[in-house]
Write a protein that binds this ligand. Structure first.
Ligand code: GRF
Length: 188
């Protein structure tokens, strides 16, 4: 069985969806580590309540990205991590991290990539007036929301929906698509 790490910066609803799928036996993997770059992110408490080890760091305590990534890699190795799922982790990875886990790091993004990369992808899509939206899971490379696409799911935007309703739809899809895609990627 493969060991997973989830990297997050915020609320951690995707972390919860992955952890729930594992607990329910729908995803046969072990979640051994959660890596967080914000000391007060709600995901930290959520992980601890489930008894999952957390490495929470402050990038400002390190002189450079490779400096803290070396520490992340050491933590991943100590937790025998085979595969990494970024779930709202708001940082680009350096070649150090990418080489250590070559083809074994994926990310989820709330748009149909390559459209609407970066922050507030849902807001960008709404401003554009798009009529179909969706979620993408992709391999991670050094660029922002770049890397080869693994899975996408689409939905039609109902004209009366508020931004909150659209966000709820995006998240509902994410919470199904991420565990399903990880299943395809990590189960032997
Ligand atoms: C998700 O919408 C994900 O697509 C994006 O960041 C958000 C993270 O949400 N990359 P959460 O912390 O998992 O609730």
């Amino acid at each position: 069985m493969k060991n997973l790490a989830v990297f997050a910066s915020g609320t951690g609803t995707n972390f919860e969806a992955i952890a729930d799928a594992i607990e329910a036996g729908q995803l046969k993997a072990k979640l051994t580590l959660v890596v967080v770059d914000k000391q007060n992110a709600p995901v930290i408490e959520k992980a601890r309540q489930r008894g999952i080890d957390v490495f929470a760091f402050n990038p400002k305590d390190y002189s450079s990205k490779p400096d803290y990534e070396r520490e992340i890699i050491a933590q991943c190795q100590a937790h025998h991590v085979d595969f990494i799922a970024l779930a709202g982790y708001m940082r680009l990875l350096s070649p150090l991290m990418l080489e250590a886990y070559d083809q074994r790091i994926v990310n989820i993004h709330p748009s149909l990539l390559p459209a609407f990369k970066g922050k507030d992808a849902i807001g960008q899509a709404i401003d554009y007036g798009v009529k179909v939206m969706g979620v993408t899971i992709h391999y991670v490379d050094a660029s922002m929301d770049g890397g080869r696409i693994i899975a996408q799911r689409v939905f039609a935007v109902q004209p009366q929906w508020s931004k909150e309703e659209i966000e709820a739809q995006v998240h509902a899809i994410e919470h199904v698509l991420y565990p399903e895609t990880l299943k395809m990627l990590v189960e032997e």
